[in-house]
Design a protein around this ligand. Sequence first.
Ligand SMILES: *Cc1c(COP(=O)(O)O)cnc(C)c1O
Length: 363
Amino acid sequence: MSGINARPGDIPHSKPSFGEREVQAVVAALRSGQWSGGPRVSELESLLAGRAGVAHAIGVGSGLGALRLALLGLGVEPGDHVLVPAYSCVALPNAVLACRAKPIPVDVTRGSWSISPEKAQEACAAFQPKAIIVVNMFGLPAPMNGFEGNGLFVIEDCAHAFGVRADHRHCGARGDAAIMSFHATKLLAAGEGGAVLTDSETLAHSVRNFREYANKPPHGNRLNDKMTDLAAALALCQLERLDEMIAERRRLARRYTECLGPVAAQTGAFLLPEWRPGHIWYRYVLELTQRSAAGVVESMREQGILTVKPVEDWRGLGDPPCPVADRAYDRIVSLPIYPSLTEEAQTRVIAGLEQACTRRGLR
Ligand SMILES: *Cc1c(COP(=O)(O)O)cnc(C)c1O
């Protein structure tokens, strides 16, 4: 997904944004000799909690680990049902399965591509789930109303959107727990890493307890979910430049929308993402109208531009039908967007897409 097969000169699909600040911070963490269990993880935790306005943040080794520990800490047990968006990262069902619970895919809403509140209501009646994971998909804060009640725990997945407010609440503070990922391609990149955010003392205690196995009795859920201080050093720098990065992403998204609007109108080949308040444009995705995304990815690659199908379908045969997710998996293509994308590179992406839509007979 991060352009592993990139050739020299290719425009990568994603790329971490960093400068001398990150380099110095990692060197300082190295020189300190405290590579794990040091002060940088705690500093990151208090800044994350402060930014979201929650009582606790707990740094962990990955986003998947954060989801798993949040589910466990909320009391998800073997055999429980957990609702997850049918169009989402496979890390979600993996975290549910790791708790020996059953992930129930729920269809998403066209346009926002996040879990549909109406479909989630139906699934609540049918499956009596213990929890639901709501993803702020592609950087757009998801609607969070109407999930609470019936003992259903809500986890807000902030891997794609953090640092903004929606419905008068900060992202990261809109459920019983929130999770973050600091994987190299995410909004805040630190190589690997994650965090659980919550107001609940009990949940925070449980996550802290289970991320660490040293000097504790054997337990199948103690899988070493600790974050390193090297990753925390990077994440701290990324958090410091978050507002700047969001502003840059919005600027790039505006330019895509301005330049691609006429191409969409002329060719009818794709729909632009809607401009909605709070969107931080972690991804800029197009919905193709007449052809599957794979063809466009291929013809862009021939031009040295790496676009991707942003998520791969993980659902099984017995899963409930989800027509919007089916369409999303088939038709959504993600364009390069990151603060270090130059104007020249963005111009190449726009021209490449125009060519892919006309020459390749997308009409
Ligand atoms: C990447 C991602 C995760 C998992 O994070 P990792 O750090 O890769 O384990 C979870 N949720 C979403 C929405 C993601 O994009």
